[in-house]
Design a protein around this ligand. Structure first.
Ligand SMILES: Cc1cc2nc3c(=O)[nH]c(=O)nc-3n(C[C@H](O)[C@H](O)[C@H](O)COP(=O)(O)OP(=O)(O)OC[C@H]3O[C@@H](n4cnc5c(N)ncnc54)[C@H](O)[C@@H]3O)c2cc1C
Length: 496
Protein backbone atom coordinates (compact mmCIF):
# COMPACT_ATOMS: atom_id res chain seq x y z
CA UNK A 1 0.00 0.00 0.00
CA UNK A 2 1.38 3.38 -1.03
CA UNK A 3 1.87 6.14 1.51
CA UNK A 4 3.19 9.54 0.37
CA UNK A 5 5.68 11.01 2.81
CA UNK A 6 4.54 14.62 2.74
CA UNK A 7 1.80 16.88 1.45
CA UNK A 8 1.40 17.61 -2.22
CA UNK A 9 -0.34 16.34 -5.30
CA UNK A 10 0.41 12.72 -6.17
CA UNK A 11 -2.00 11.49 -8.83
CA UNK A 12 -1.21 11.15 -12.50
CA UNK A 13 -3.63 12.84 -14.94
CA UNK A 14 -6.70 10.74 -15.67
CA UNK A 15 -6.68 9.03 -12.28
CA UNK A 16 -10.00 7.77 -10.99
CA UNK A 17 -10.10 8.46 -7.25
CA UNK A 18 -12.17 6.11 -5.13
CA UNK A 19 -13.17 7.05 -1.59
CA UNK A 20 -13.29 4.03 0.72
CA UNK A 21 -11.82 0.51 0.60
CA UNK A 22 -14.97 -1.40 1.54
CA UNK A 23 -16.58 -3.95 -0.81
CA UNK A 24 -17.95 -1.24 -3.13
CA UNK A 25 -14.75 0.83 -3.40
CA UNK A 26 -12.53 -2.22 -3.85
CA UNK A 27 -14.85 -3.73 -6.45
CA UNK A 28 -14.83 -0.47 -8.40
CA UNK A 29 -11.03 -0.30 -8.10
CA UNK A 30 -10.57 -3.86 -9.27
CA UNK A 31 -12.93 -3.56 -12.23
CA UNK A 32 -11.32 -0.28 -13.32
CA UNK A 33 -7.77 -1.59 -12.90
CA UNK A 34 -8.66 -4.63 -15.03
CA UNK A 35 -9.70 -2.22 -17.77
CA UNK A 36 -6.33 -0.47 -17.52
CA UNK A 37 -7.54 2.70 -15.79
CA UNK A 38 -5.36 4.56 -13.28
CA UNK A 39 -6.96 3.93 -9.91
CA UNK A 40 -6.30 5.40 -6.50
CA UNK A 41 -8.29 4.24 -3.49
CA UNK A 42 -8.19 6.41 -0.37
CA UNK A 43 -9.25 4.65 2.83
CA UNK A 44 -9.71 6.49 6.12
CA UNK A 45 -9.06 3.52 8.39
CA UNK A 46 -6.06 1.22 8.59
CA UNK A 47 -8.08 -1.83 7.49
CA UNK A 48 -9.53 -3.14 4.23
CA UNK A 49 -13.15 -4.23 3.85
CA UNK A 50 -15.15 -1.46 5.56
CA UNK A 51 -18.08 -2.95 7.49
CA UNK A 52 -17.23 -6.27 5.79
CA UNK A 53 -13.74 -6.37 7.26
CA UNK A 54 -12.48 -9.16 9.48
CA UNK A 55 -11.23 -7.78 12.77
CA UNK A 56 -8.02 -9.31 14.09
CA UNK A 57 -7.10 -9.24 17.78
CA UNK A 58 -4.38 -11.40 19.33
CA UNK A 59 -4.80 -13.95 16.55
CA UNK A 60 -8.61 -14.08 16.87
CA UNK A 61 -10.52 -13.20 13.74
CA UNK A 62 -14.11 -12.04 13.85
CA UNK A 63 -16.64 -10.18 11.70
CA UNK A 64 -18.58 -7.07 12.35
CA UNK A 65 -21.84 -8.97 12.65
CA UNK A 66 -21.39 -12.05 10.52
CA UNK A 67 -21.10 -11.75 6.77
CA UNK A 68 -22.74 -14.41 4.67
CA UNK A 69 -21.69 -14.56 1.04
CA UNK A 70 -24.97 -15.10 -0.66
CA UNK A 71 -26.20 -13.43 -3.81
CA UNK A 72 -28.60 -13.75 -6.64
CA UNK A 73 -26.49 -11.44 -8.78
CA UNK A 74 -24.43 -13.69 -11.07
CA UNK A 75 -21.82 -11.04 -11.83
CA UNK A 76 -21.09 -10.68 -8.12
CA UNK A 77 -20.82 -14.44 -7.58
CA UNK A 78 -18.41 -14.59 -10.54
CA UNK A 79 -16.30 -11.81 -9.06
CA UNK A 80 -16.05 -13.53 -5.68
CA UNK A 81 -14.86 -16.65 -7.52
CA UNK A 82 -12.37 -14.65 -9.52
CA UNK A 83 -10.81 -13.14 -6.39
CA UNK A 84 -10.71 -16.16 -4.09
CA UNK A 85 -9.95 -19.74 -5.23
CA UNK A 86 -12.52 -22.44 -4.33
CA UNK A 87 -10.30 -23.83 -1.56
CA UNK A 88 -10.59 -20.54 0.35
CA UNK A 89 -14.39 -20.81 0.51
CA UNK A 90 -16.36 -22.86 2.98
CA UNK A 91 -19.98 -23.85 2.40
CA UNK A 92 -21.62 -23.42 5.78
CA UNK A 93 -24.94 -24.75 6.94
CA UNK A 94 -27.06 -21.96 8.30
CA UNK A 95 -28.33 -22.51 11.79
CA UNK A 96 -29.97 -19.83 13.89
CA UNK A 97 -32.49 -19.77 16.69
CA UNK A 98 -34.51 -17.22 18.62
CA UNK A 99 -34.04 -16.97 22.37
CA UNK A 100 -37.04 -15.77 24.36
CA UNK A 101 -38.26 -16.44 27.88
CA UNK A 102 -35.57 -19.03 28.54
CA UNK A 103 -36.35 -21.07 25.40
CA UNK A 104 -34.72 -21.56 22.03
CA UNK A 105 -37.05 -21.45 19.06
CA UNK A 106 -35.80 -22.91 15.79
CA UNK A 107 -35.65 -20.28 13.11
CA UNK A 108 -37.23 -20.73 10.62
CA UNK A 109 -39.89 -21.97 13.02
CA UNK A 110 -40.86 -25.60 13.14
CA UNK A 111 -44.25 -26.68 14.43
CA UNK A 112 -43.02 -29.38 16.82
CA UNK A 113 -40.29 -27.19 18.32
CA UNK A 114 -42.55 -24.13 18.64
CA UNK A 115 -45.29 -26.17 20.32
CA UNK A 116 -42.81 -27.80 22.69
CA UNK A 117 -41.41 -24.41 23.71
CA UNK A 118 -44.69 -22.62 24.02
CA UNK A 119 -46.39 -25.47 25.82
CA UNK A 120 -49.92 -26.37 24.92
CA UNK A 121 -51.50 -23.72 27.15
CA UNK A 122 -49.45 -20.81 25.80
CA UNK A 123 -49.89 -22.10 22.24
CA UNK A 124 -53.67 -22.05 22.71
CA UNK A 125 -53.42 -18.55 24.24
CA UNK A 126 -51.43 -17.37 21.21
CA UNK A 127 -54.01 -18.78 18.83
CA UNK A 128 -56.86 -17.24 20.87
CA UNK A 129 -55.08 -13.89 20.96
CA UNK A 130 -54.63 -14.16 17.20
CA UNK A 131 -58.31 -15.00 16.70
CA UNK A 132 -59.30 -12.12 19.03
CA UNK A 133 -57.20 -9.71 16.95
CA UNK A 134 -58.92 -10.93 13.79
CA UNK A 135 -62.33 -10.21 15.32
CA UNK A 136 -61.34 -6.96 17.11
CA UNK A 137 -58.42 -5.51 15.17
CA UNK A 138 -56.99 -2.20 16.46
CA UNK A 139 -58.89 0.62 14.75
CA UNK A 140 -55.87 2.78 13.96
CA UNK A 141 -53.31 0.65 12.19
CA UNK A 142 -51.11 3.50 11.01
CA UNK A 143 -48.37 2.52 13.47
CA UNK A 144 -46.35 -0.70 13.13
CA UNK A 145 -47.37 -2.07 16.53
CA UNK A 146 -51.10 -1.98 15.89
CA UNK A 147 -50.53 -3.17 12.35
CA UNK A 148 -48.69 -6.24 13.66
CA UNK A 149 -51.17 -6.87 16.46
CA UNK A 150 -54.01 -6.78 13.93
CA UNK A 151 -52.29 -9.53 11.98
CA UNK A 152 -50.79 -11.74 14.68
CA UNK A 153 -52.41 -10.90 18.01
CA UNK A 154 -50.73 -9.39 21.08
CA UNK A 155 -49.08 -12.52 22.40
CA UNK A 156 -47.18 -13.40 19.23
CA UNK A 157 -46.36 -9.75 18.67
CA UNK A 158 -44.80 -9.39 22.13
CA UNK A 159 -42.88 -12.65 21.87
CA UNK A 160 -41.51 -12.43 18.36
CA UNK A 161 -41.60 -8.84 17.13
CA UNK A 162 -41.49 -6.18 19.80
CA UNK A 163 -38.21 -6.56 21.66
CA UNK A 164 -35.93 -7.51 18.81
CA UNK A 165 -37.27 -4.81 16.48
CA UNK A 166 -36.82 -2.22 19.23
CA UNK A 167 -33.29 -3.44 19.99
CA UNK A 168 -32.24 -3.22 16.35
CA UNK A 169 -33.75 0.19 15.61
CA UNK A 170 -33.78 1.89 19.02
CA UNK A 171 -37.32 3.11 18.49
CA UNK A 172 -40.62 1.93 20.02
CA UNK A 173 -42.49 -0.21 17.50
CA UNK A 174 -45.51 1.94 18.32
CA UNK A 175 -43.66 4.97 16.93
CA UNK A 176 -42.81 3.30 13.62
CA UNK A 177 -45.18 4.12 10.79
CA UNK A 178 -46.87 1.06 9.33
CA UNK A 179 -46.77 1.93 5.65
CA UNK A 180 -43.34 0.37 5.24
CA UNK A 181 -44.65 -2.85 6.74
CA UNK A 182 -47.71 -2.80 4.56
CA UNK A 183 -45.44 -2.87 1.51
CA UNK A 184 -42.80 -5.21 2.82
CA UNK A 185 -44.19 -7.71 5.31
CA UNK A 186 -46.99 -8.91 3.14
CA UNK A 187 -45.49 -12.29 2.23
CA UNK A 188 -43.61 -14.44 4.68
CA UNK A 189 -43.40 -13.02 8.18
CA UNK A 190 -42.40 -14.50 11.46
CA UNK A 191 -45.88 -14.27 12.96
CA UNK A 192 -47.39 -15.91 9.91
CA UNK A 193 -44.73 -18.56 10.10
CA UNK A 194 -45.80 -19.27 13.67
CA UNK A 195 -49.43 -19.51 12.68
CA UNK A 196 -48.38 -21.79 9.85
CA UNK A 197 -46.26 -23.91 12.13
CA UNK A 198 -49.18 -24.37 14.53
CA UNK A 199 -51.68 -25.23 11.84
CA UNK A 200 -51.63 -28.02 9.24
CA UNK A 201 -48.92 -27.66 6.62
CA UNK A 202 -49.52 -24.94 4.10
CA UNK A 203 -47.18 -22.34 2.68
CA UNK A 204 -44.28 -24.52 3.76
CA UNK A 205 -42.50 -23.74 0.50
CA UNK A 206 -42.32 -20.10 1.55
CA UNK A 207 -40.76 -21.00 4.87
CA UNK A 208 -38.14 -23.35 3.46
CA UNK A 209 -37.18 -20.64 1.00
CA UNK A 210 -35.11 -19.00 3.75
CA UNK A 211 -31.48 -19.62 2.96
CA UNK A 212 -30.18 -22.82 4.46
CA UNK A 213 -26.54 -22.59 3.53
CA UNK A 214 -24.13 -19.91 2.50
CA UNK A 215 -20.54 -19.47 1.39
CA UNK A 216 -17.94 -17.94 3.65
CA UNK A 217 -14.22 -17.25 3.15
CA UNK A 218 -12.39 -19.48 5.59
CA UNK A 219 -10.59 -16.54 7.24
CA UNK A 220 -13.66 -14.31 7.18
CA UNK A 221 -14.85 -11.67 4.69
CA UNK A 222 -11.71 -9.59 5.21
CA UNK A 223 -9.82 -12.31 3.34
CA UNK A 224 -11.79 -11.45 0.19
CA UNK A 225 -11.07 -7.74 0.52
CA UNK A 226 -7.39 -8.14 1.40
CA UNK A 227 -6.93 -10.29 -1.69
CA UNK A 228 -8.91 -7.85 -3.83
CA UNK A 229 -6.63 -4.97 -2.78
CA UNK A 230 -3.56 -7.07 -3.66
CA UNK A 231 -5.00 -7.75 -7.10
CA UNK A 232 -5.64 -4.03 -7.65
CA UNK A 233 -2.02 -3.24 -6.83
CA UNK A 234 -0.77 -6.09 -9.05
CA UNK A 235 -2.75 -4.44 -11.85
CA UNK A 236 -1.04 -1.09 -11.19
CA UNK A 237 -3.62 0.60 -8.96
CA UNK A 238 -2.91 2.11 -5.53
CA UNK A 239 -4.64 1.67 -2.20
CA UNK A 240 -3.76 4.21 0.48
CA UNK A 241 -4.83 3.35 3.99
CA UNK A 242 -5.14 5.93 6.80
CA UNK A 243 -6.07 8.71 4.37
CA UNK A 244 -9.28 10.50 5.26
CA UNK A 245 -10.89 12.36 2.40
CA UNK A 246 -11.75 15.83 3.68
CA UNK A 247 -12.49 17.85 0.52
CA UNK A 248 -13.87 17.17 -2.92
CA UNK A 249 -13.33 20.15 -5.20
CA UNK A 250 -15.64 20.70 -8.13
CA UNK A 251 -15.87 23.33 -10.86
CA UNK A 252 -17.76 23.76 -14.13
CA UNK A 253 -20.02 20.77 -13.50
CA UNK A 254 -17.31 18.23 -12.65
CA UNK A 255 -15.26 17.06 -9.67
CA UNK A 256 -11.63 17.99 -10.24
CA UNK A 257 -9.63 16.94 -7.19
CA UNK A 258 -9.79 15.32 -3.78
CA UNK A 259 -7.92 16.21 -0.59
CA UNK A 260 -7.03 13.57 1.95
CA UNK A 261 -5.37 13.90 5.33
CA UNK A 262 -2.94 11.28 6.61
CA UNK A 263 -2.44 10.36 10.26
CA UNK A 264 0.42 12.86 10.63
CA UNK A 265 -1.94 15.66 9.59
CA UNK A 266 -0.41 16.15 6.14
CA UNK A 267 -2.92 17.04 3.47
CA UNK A 268 -2.51 15.46 0.03
CA UNK A 269 -4.31 16.66 -3.05
CA UNK A 270 -5.16 14.30 -5.91
CA UNK A 271 -6.43 15.34 -9.30
CA UNK A 272 -9.27 13.18 -10.51
CA UNK A 273 -10.93 12.44 -13.84
CA UNK A 274 -13.77 10.76 -11.92
CA UNK A 275 -14.47 10.39 -8.21
CA UNK A 276 -16.30 7.35 -6.86
CA UNK A 277 -17.55 7.78 -3.31
CA UNK A 278 -18.57 5.20 -0.72
CA UNK A 279 -18.24 7.65 2.19
CA UNK A 280 -21.45 8.40 4.09
CA UNK A 281 -23.59 10.87 2.14
CA UNK A 282 -23.88 13.31 5.04
CA UNK A 283 -20.08 13.56 5.24
CA UNK A 284 -19.76 13.79 1.47
CA UNK A 285 -22.00 16.87 1.40
CA UNK A 286 -19.82 18.55 4.04
CA UNK A 287 -16.67 17.79 2.06
CA UNK A 288 -17.86 19.49 -1.15
CA UNK A 289 -15.85 22.60 -2.07
CA UNK A 290 -17.35 25.12 -2.68
CA UNK A 291 -20.11 24.29 -0.19
CA UNK A 292 -23.41 23.43 -1.87
CA UNK A 293 -26.58 25.54 -1.40
CA UNK A 294 -28.23 25.56 2.03
CA UNK A 295 -31.00 23.11 1.10
CA UNK A 296 -28.38 20.50 0.10
CA UNK A 297 -26.40 21.07 3.30
CA UNK A 298 -29.62 20.66 5.31
CA UNK A 299 -30.49 17.47 3.41
CA UNK A 300 -27.06 16.07 4.32
CA UNK A 301 -27.39 17.05 7.98
CA UNK A 302 -30.80 15.40 8.06
CA UNK A 303 -29.49 11.93 7.18
CA UNK A 304 -29.04 9.70 10.22
CA UNK A 305 -27.58 6.31 11.07
CA UNK A 306 -27.87 3.45 13.51
CA UNK A 307 -24.52 2.45 14.97
CA UNK A 308 -23.28 -0.90 16.18
CA UNK A 309 -20.81 -2.46 18.53
CA UNK A 310 -19.66 -5.97 19.08
CA UNK A 311 -18.19 -7.51 22.22
CA UNK A 312 -16.15 -10.56 21.25
CA UNK A 313 -15.62 -12.99 24.13
CA UNK A 314 -13.20 -15.91 24.06
CA UNK A 315 -14.65 -19.04 25.69
CA UNK A 316 -13.91 -22.77 25.66
CA UNK A 317 -15.25 -24.49 22.54
CA UNK A 318 -17.76 -26.51 24.57
CA UNK A 319 -19.30 -23.26 25.84
CA UNK A 320 -20.21 -22.27 22.29
CA UNK A 321 -23.35 -23.37 20.47
CA UNK A 322 -23.97 -25.02 17.10
CA UNK A 323 -25.81 -21.98 15.64
CA UNK A 324 -24.04 -19.40 13.52
CA UNK A 325 -25.99 -16.88 15.53
CA UNK A 326 -28.87 -16.59 17.99
CA UNK A 327 -31.42 -13.77 17.96
CA UNK A 328 -31.96 -12.54 21.50
CA UNK A 329 -35.59 -11.49 21.85
CA UNK A 330 -35.22 -11.56 25.63
CA UNK A 331 -36.04 -8.06 26.99
CA UNK A 332 -33.94 -8.40 30.19
CA UNK A 333 -30.62 -8.01 28.30
CA UNK A 334 -29.33 -5.37 25.86
CA UNK A 335 -27.57 -7.82 23.52
CA UNK A 336 -29.52 -8.26 20.27
CA UNK A 337 -27.77 -11.16 18.58
CA UNK A 338 -24.89 -13.49 19.43
CA UNK A 339 -22.56 -14.94 16.83
CA UNK A 340 -20.43 -18.02 17.37
CA UNK A 341 -17.47 -17.43 15.06
CA UNK A 342 -16.30 -21.02 15.53
CA UNK A 343 -19.53 -22.06 13.77
CA UNK A 344 -18.74 -19.73 10.89
CA UNK A 345 -15.24 -21.04 10.32
CA UNK A 346 -12.98 -23.28 12.39
CA UNK A 347 -10.07 -21.33 10.85
CA UNK A 348 -11.12 -18.16 12.70
CA UNK A 349 -10.71 -19.58 16.20
CA UNK A 350 -7.98 -21.31 18.17
CA UNK A 351 -7.74 -24.96 19.18
CA UNK A 352 -10.28 -25.92 21.85
CA UNK A 353 -11.75 -22.42 22.04
CA UNK A 354 -14.25 -20.26 20.28
CA UNK A 355 -15.14 -16.61 20.08
CA UNK A 356 -18.68 -15.33 20.67
CA UNK A 357 -19.66 -12.00 19.14
CA UNK A 358 -22.31 -10.20 21.19
CA UNK A 359 -23.98 -7.59 19.01
CA UNK A 360 -25.37 -4.34 20.40
CA UNK A 361 -27.37 -2.00 18.17
CA UNK A 362 -26.75 1.51 19.45
CA UNK A 363 -26.66 5.20 18.65
CA UNK A 364 -23.21 6.79 18.75
CA UNK A 365 -22.82 8.41 22.16
CA UNK A 366 -25.64 6.54 23.93
CA UNK A 367 -25.15 4.71 27.25
CA UNK A 368 -23.80 1.50 25.73
CA UNK A 369 -21.63 3.24 23.13
CA UNK A 370 -20.09 5.47 25.81
CA UNK A 371 -19.33 2.60 28.24
CA UNK A 372 -15.68 1.68 28.65
CA UNK A 373 -14.44 -1.49 26.97
CA UNK A 374 -13.97 -3.13 30.37
CA UNK A 375 -17.55 -2.33 31.34
CA UNK A 376 -18.84 -3.69 28.03
CA UNK A 377 -16.88 -6.91 28.43
CA UNK A 378 -18.28 -7.25 31.95
CA UNK A 379 -21.81 -6.52 30.68
CA UNK A 380 -21.47 -9.08 27.87
CA UNK A 381 -20.18 -11.70 30.29
CA UNK A 382 -23.06 -10.97 32.69
CA UNK A 383 -25.64 -11.16 29.92
CA UNK A 384 -24.32 -14.53 28.72
CA UNK A 385 -24.85 -15.77 32.29
CA UNK A 386 -28.35 -14.23 32.50
CA UNK A 387 -29.26 -16.05 29.31
CA UNK A 388 -27.89 -19.27 30.78
CA UNK A 389 -25.51 -19.59 27.85
CA UNK A 390 -22.04 -19.37 29.38
CA UNK A 391 -20.70 -19.54 32.92
CA UNK A 392 -18.91 -16.17 33.52
CA UNK A 393 -15.89 -17.92 35.06
CA UNK A 394 -14.91 -19.50 31.70
CA UNK A 395 -14.76 -16.20 29.76
CA UNK A 396 -11.04 -15.77 29.08
CA UNK A 397 -10.77 -12.51 27.23
CA UNK A 398 -12.84 -9.85 25.54
CA UNK A 399 -12.52 -7.30 22.76
CA UNK A 400 -14.79 -4.42 21.80
CA UNK A 401 -15.25 -3.04 18.29
CA UNK A 402 -17.39 0.07 17.72
CA UNK A 403 -18.78 0.71 14.25
CA UNK A 404 -20.19 4.10 13.37
CA UNK A 405 -22.93 4.32 10.72
CA UNK A 406 -23.48 0.59 10.40
CA UNK A 407 -27.05 1.11 9.20
CA UNK A 408 -28.44 3.97 7.13
CA UNK A 409 -31.50 5.23 9.05
CA UNK A 410 -34.65 5.34 6.97
CA UNK A 411 -36.87 8.05 8.39
CA UNK A 412 -39.93 9.63 6.85
CA UNK A 413 -37.84 12.18 4.97
CA UNK A 414 -34.71 10.24 4.04
CA UNK A 415 -35.73 9.66 0.42
CA UNK A 416 -36.37 13.34 -0.21
CA UNK A 417 -33.03 14.22 1.39
CA UNK A 418 -31.15 11.67 -0.70
CA UNK A 419 -32.87 12.93 -3.85
CA UNK A 420 -31.97 16.54 -3.05
CA UNK A 421 -28.30 15.59 -2.69
CA UNK A 422 -28.23 13.40 -5.79
CA UNK A 423 -29.95 16.06 -7.91
CA UNK A 424 -27.34 18.59 -6.86
CA UNK A 425 -24.40 16.27 -7.54
CA UNK A 426 -25.76 15.31 -10.95
CA UNK A 427 -25.51 18.93 -12.07
CA UNK A 428 -22.60 20.26 -9.99
CA UNK A 429 -20.24 17.30 -10.37
CA UNK A 430 -21.53 14.80 -12.91
CA UNK A 431 -18.35 12.68 -12.66
CA UNK A 432 -18.82 12.18 -8.90
CA UNK A 433 -20.42 8.74 -8.54
CA UNK A 434 -22.13 7.58 -5.35
CA UNK A 435 -22.06 3.82 -4.77
CA UNK A 436 -22.39 1.21 -2.00
CA UNK A 437 -24.28 1.30 1.28
CA UNK A 438 -23.68 4.58 3.10
CA UNK A 439 -22.46 6.03 -0.20
CA UNK A 440 -26.06 5.82 -1.44
CA UNK A 441 -27.74 5.81 1.99
CA UNK A 442 -29.30 2.55 0.93
CA UNK A 443 -29.68 -0.69 2.78
CA UNK A 444 -27.34 -2.54 0.41
CA UNK A 445 -25.66 -5.76 1.47
CA UNK A 446 -22.19 -6.62 0.16
CA UNK A 447 -23.43 -7.98 -3.13
CA UNK A 448 -25.63 -5.03 -3.98
CA UNK A 449 -22.92 -2.62 -2.83
CA UNK A 450 -20.55 -4.40 -5.21
CA UNK A 451 -23.06 -4.44 -8.01
CA UNK A 452 -23.54 -0.67 -7.84
CA UNK A 453 -19.74 -0.44 -8.19
CA UNK A 454 -19.67 -2.76 -11.20
CA UNK A 455 -22.43 -0.85 -12.99
CA UNK A 456 -20.75 2.48 -12.22
CA UNK A 457 -17.51 1.28 -13.81
CA UNK A 458 -19.50 0.38 -16.92
CA UNK A 459 -21.11 3.83 -16.84
CA UNK A 460 -17.68 5.46 -16.70
CA UNK A 461 -16.91 3.42 -19.80
CA UNK A 462 -19.97 4.62 -21.67
CA UNK A 463 -22.93 2.57 -20.39
CA UNK A 464 -26.04 4.18 -18.98
CA UNK A 465 -27.19 2.06 -16.04
CA UNK A 466 -29.42 3.46 -13.33
CA UNK A 467 -27.60 2.24 -10.24
CA UNK A 468 -30.45 3.45 -8.02
CA UNK A 469 -32.53 0.69 -9.54
CA UNK A 470 -30.30 -2.02 -8.02
CA UNK A 471 -32.96 -3.59 -5.93
CA UNK A 472 -32.47 -4.24 -2.25
CA UNK A 473 -36.13 -4.87 -1.66
CA UNK A 474 -36.67 -7.73 -4.05
CA UNK A 475 -36.91 -11.38 -3.20
CA UNK A 476 -33.55 -11.40 -1.55
CA UNK A 477 -31.74 -12.63 1.55
CA UNK A 478 -34.02 -12.33 4.54
CA UNK A 479 -35.27 -8.95 3.53
CA UNK A 480 -38.86 -9.89 4.11
CA UNK A 481 -38.30 -11.55 7.47
CA UNK A 482 -38.62 -9.73 10.75
CA UNK A 483 -35.41 -10.91 12.33
CA UNK A 484 -33.14 -10.31 9.37
CA UNK A 485 -32.12 -7.15 7.67
CA UNK A 486 -35.28 -5.35 6.83
CA UNK A 487 -35.18 -1.61 7.31
CA UNK A 488 -38.37 -0.04 8.56
CA UNK A 489 -39.22 3.60 8.07
CA UNK A 490 -38.49 5.22 11.43
CA UNK A 491 -39.58 8.44 13.13
CA UNK A 492 -37.29 11.40 12.36
CA UNK A 493 -34.25 11.86 14.61
CA UNK A 494 -33.09 15.22 15.82
CA UNK A 495 -29.52 16.44 15.47
CA UNK A 496 -28.77 16.30 19.19
C1 LIG B 1 -24.07 -6.15 11.43
C2 LIG B 1 -23.99 -6.25 9.93
C3 LIG B 1 -24.06 -7.49 9.31
C4 LIG B 1 -24.00 -7.60 7.92
N1 LIG B 1 -24.07 -8.84 7.35
C5 LIG B 1 -23.98 -8.96 6.01
C6 LIG B 1 -24.02 -10.25 5.40
O1 LIG B 1 -24.19 -11.27 6.06
N2 LIG B 1 -23.87 -10.33 4.05
C7 LIG B 1 -23.70 -9.21 3.28
O2 LIG B 1 -23.55 -9.36 2.07
N3 LIG B 1 -23.67 -7.98 3.82
C8 LIG B 1 -23.81 -7.82 5.16
N4 LIG B 1 -23.77 -6.57 5.72
C9 LIG B 1 -23.67 -5.39 4.85
C10 LIG B 1 -22.23 -5.09 4.42
O3 LIG B 1 -21.42 -4.91 5.56
C11 LIG B 1 -22.23 -3.83 3.57
O4 LIG B 1 -23.16 -3.96 2.53
C12 LIG B 1 -20.90 -3.51 2.91
O5 LIG B 1 -19.82 -3.51 3.81
C13 LIG B 1 -21.01 -2.13 2.26
O6 LIG B 1 -19.87 -1.88 1.50
P1 LIG B 1 -19.44 -0.41 1.11
O7 LIG B 1 -18.13 -0.50 0.46
O8 LIG B 1 -20.55 0.26 0.43
O9 LIG B 1 -19.34 0.38 2.50
P2 LIG B 1 -18.45 0.16 3.80
O10 LIG B 1 -18.27 -1.26 4.09
O11 LIG B 1 -19.09 1.04 4.81
O12 LIG B 1 -17.03 0.77 3.39
C14 LIG B 1 -16.86 2.16 3.25
C15 LIG B 1 -15.40 2.49 3.48
O13 LIG B 1 -15.21 3.88 3.26
C16 LIG B 1 -14.32 4.38 4.23
N5 LIG B 1 -14.53 5.83 4.36
C17 LIG B 1 -15.61 6.47 4.90
N6 LIG B 1 -15.40 7.80 4.89
C18 LIG B 1 -14.18 8.00 4.32
C19 LIG B 1 -13.42 9.16 4.02
N7 LIG B 1 -13.86 10.40 4.31
N8 LIG B 1 -12.22 9.00 3.43
C20 LIG B 1 -11.74 7.77 3.13
N9 LIG B 1 -12.42 6.64 3.40
C21 LIG B 1 -13.63 6.75 3.97
C22 LIG B 1 -14.68 3.60 5.48
O14 LIG B 1 -13.62 3.62 6.44
C23 LIG B 1 -14.94 2.21 4.91
O15 LIG B 1 -13.80 1.42 4.91
C24 LIG B 1 -23.86 -6.43 7.12
C25 LIG B 1 -23.78 -5.18 7.74
C26 LIG B 1 -23.86 -5.07 9.13
C27 LIG B 1 -23.80 -3.72 9.79
Amino acid sequence: MISPSSGGSSSVPGTIVIIGAGPAGLTAGYELAKRGDNVLILEASGVLGGISQTVERDGWRFDIGGHRFFTKVEEVEALWNEILPPEDFLLRPRMSRIFYDGKYYDYPLKASNALKNLGIIEAVRCVLSYVWAQIHPPKDQSNYEDWLVARFGWRLYRRFFKTYTEKVWGVAVRDMPADWAAQRVKGLSLGKAIINSLTPKRNQKEITSLIEEFRYPKLGPGMMWERCAERIEELGGSVMLKHVVTDIHYANGVAVSVNAQDRAGNVHSFEASHVISTMPMNELVKSLVPPPPAEVMTAGESLHYRDFLTVALVVPQESGFPDNWIYIHEPSVDVGRIQNFGSWSPFMVQEGKTCLGLEYFVFEGDRIWASSDDDLIAQGTRELATLGLVDPSVVEKGYVVRVKKAYPYYDTFYKENVETIVRFIDTAASNLHLIGRNGMHKYNNQDHSMYTAMLTVENIHGANHDIWAVNVEGDYHESRSTTGRDAPILPPRTNS
